[in-house]
Design a protein around this ligand. Structure first.
Ligand code: NAP
Length: 509
């Protein structure tokens, strides 16, 4: 995306690192969610906002993930902010670097200047002054206070590396897919890739071009065709010249995404049809029946994220990848030992083993009226509207509890949450309120019960398949929103402020 001349709206300079001290709102994290929050707040007239980011640049997951082949499996024209359509996407699916550049451009265009290299290290609710007190680390640690705190820290940020006995004795490079070691030359090397999720199916075909890959597969994934292709110059010109065409395309992609919900959530006919597509894809791309059998999932379609790839199976069929169809169980005397008992000698290990999604590190840092978020969430994340949490006044969590999707663009969810955040904060003094938004615990319990009811018969929690949407402490679906984006939009539209206690109710609840 080309970087246009910044035209910062009025007040934009205050959405930045300018002064230290008191702000109306502090937003933590400058990925999709943090930028969406800053934009929505400004739209609602709230521009006294400090955006802090622990890294050296904006971009969130698209800054951190630089593995070979990193890309998005949601169509590019749906994977962006509604207010910032990008006619210049290179193809139907954008690459990781392109998305990162897009986010950097949006920040420039919007005049959003985060305070970089500034991790939140502590946050507590000061009940006497009814304010958030925050400590922000970095080169010059500062104390900041704010009426409201927005956690936009992401949900797939903390690498999860399995506890593999003997791993510490492995002498070669070991790293996680989201912390790619570009200083390590893997050309011609024997590389173990552990895991077969969305990251692995993108990086394995790329890595296999130059390295000798052994892939540890604990569970095969359901994989459907991706159909990637580059846009032509003519198409990009048309998108640029006819914004309405771009808007129509986004609407069409949105509708197609919403339709996918049925197959991901357990609708029998839709799941069977999608499963047939995946099995046909496997048959078409893997001629060897024995290999095919090892790549065929034995769990319900949709339980784990359904993957899109046209390159993964061919890489395996070509013989460039050795498939070890069991988990990495141990490292012994320099060799990798699979659960099957097989031993593999390799020079490097890449863990494509996902993220600590259900236990977010920020939860330990944030103290509300009765303890930390981690304590409140000791049996798994809960909220009202997937965004606000009882015991944590004027706190908003974006992309946290029950805000992920398996069927459509997560940016859409983030934008809904950002809109809820902005309107709720803007109205916090309405109707005899005192500006402090305390979630009624009964509203949070009722919302949690709604989630549980909607999730009850879905493949995400039935059938015994393991996925990162479920908290193993409770068996509850705590990451995924168990509905369509439209249903989420409608649910948030029904939030009329009664989810918050009136000042006098505080003692009653
Ligand atoms: P993931 O989906 O959580 O996959 C982790 C993989 O590691 C799973 O296959 C898991 O097996 C495996 N694993 C864990 N321990 C293992 C062991 N000891 N031996 C062998 N395998 C082991 O992680 P991810 O691929 O990084 O993706 C995480 C999420 O990031 C995705 O679901 C998606 O939402 C997002 N993402 C999106 C894109 C995109 O294009 N939009 C791209 C990449 C990532 P089990 O299945 O048996 O647990």
């Amino acid at each position: 995306m080309s970087v246009p001349t910044p035209t910062a709206p009025a007040g934009a300079s205050r959405v930045g690192p300018g002064r230290v001290g008191r702000y109306e709102v502090v937003v933590v994290g400058a990925g999709f969610a943090g930028l969406a929050a800053a934009m929505a707040l400004r739209e609602a007239g709230i521009d006294d906002v400090l955006l802090v980011e622990r890294a050296a640049s904006v971009g969130g997951t698209w800054r951190d993930n630089t593995y070979p082949g990193v890309a998005c499996d949601i169509p590019s024209h749906l994977y962006g902010f509604a207010a910032h359509p990008n006619p210049d996407w290179s193809g139907v699916y954008a690459t990781g670097p392109e998305i990162r550049e897009y986010l950097e451009t949006v920040a420039v265009v919007e005049g959003i200047i985060p305070r970089l290299n500034s991790p939140l290290t502590d946050a507590w609710w000061d009940d006497e002054w009814e304010t958030w007190r925050l400590r922000v680390g970095g080169p010059g640690p500062v104390d900041v206070s704010a009426d409201a705190l927005v956690l936009a820290c992401g949900r797939l940020t903390e690498p999860r590396i399995p506890d593999v006995p003997g791993l510490e004795g492995f002498t070669g490079p070991v790293f996680h897919s989201s912390r790619w070691r570009h200083d390590v030359d893997l050309d011609g090397a024997r590389v173990a890739v552990v895991g077969t999720g969305a990251s692995a199916v993108q990086l394995v075909p790329e890595l296999a071009r130059t390295a000798r890959v052994t892939l540890f597969q604990r569970s095969p994934a359901w994989i459907v065709p991706r159909g990637a292709r580059a846009y032509t110059d003519a198409e990009r010109d048309r998108f640029r010249l006819h914004p309405s065409e771009l808007a129509d395309l986004r609407a069409q992609l949105f509708a197609e995404g919403e339709e996918r919900f049925a197959s991901r959530s357990g609708d029998a006919a839709a799941s069977a049809a999608a499963r047939d597509i995946a099995l046909a894809h496997l048959r078409d791309q893997i001629p060897d029946p024995a290999l095919r059998a090892r790549l065929t999932p034995d769990y319900a379609f949709g339980c784990k994220r359904v993957l899109l790839s046209d390159e993964f199976y061919p890489a395996l069929a070509s013989g460039a990848v050795t498939l070890e169809a069991s988990a990495l169980a141990a490292v012994d005397d320099g060799a990798l030992v699979a659960a099957s008992g097989a031993r593999h000698d390799v020079d490097a290990i890449v863990f494509a083993t996902g993220f600590a999604s259900t236990r977010q590190p920020y939860a330990d840092l944030v103290r509300g009226e009765h303890g930390t978020l981690a304590q409140h969430w000791s049996r798994g994340m809960t909220s009202f509207a997937s965004t606000v949490v009882s015991g944590f006044p004027n706190l908003f969590v974006l992309d946290g509890p029950n805000a992920s999707l398996g069927h459509n663009s997560s940016v859409l969810m983030i934008e809904e949450q950002a809109a809820y955040l902005a309107r709720t904060l803007a109205n916090r003094f309405d109707s005899d309120r005192d500006g402090v938004l305390r979630v009624d615990p009964r509203a949070e319990r009722a919302y949690t019960a709604e989630i549980d009811r909607a999730a009850a018969s879905t493949p995400w929690i039935t059938g015994g398949c393991r996925n990162w949407y479920v908290d193993d402490r409770s068996g509850r679906l705590t990451l995924l929103w168990p509905g369509t984006v439209t249903a989420f939009r409608e649910r948030l539209a029904r939030a009329d402020g009664s989810e918050f206690l009136l000042p006098l109710q505080r003692e009653v609840a």
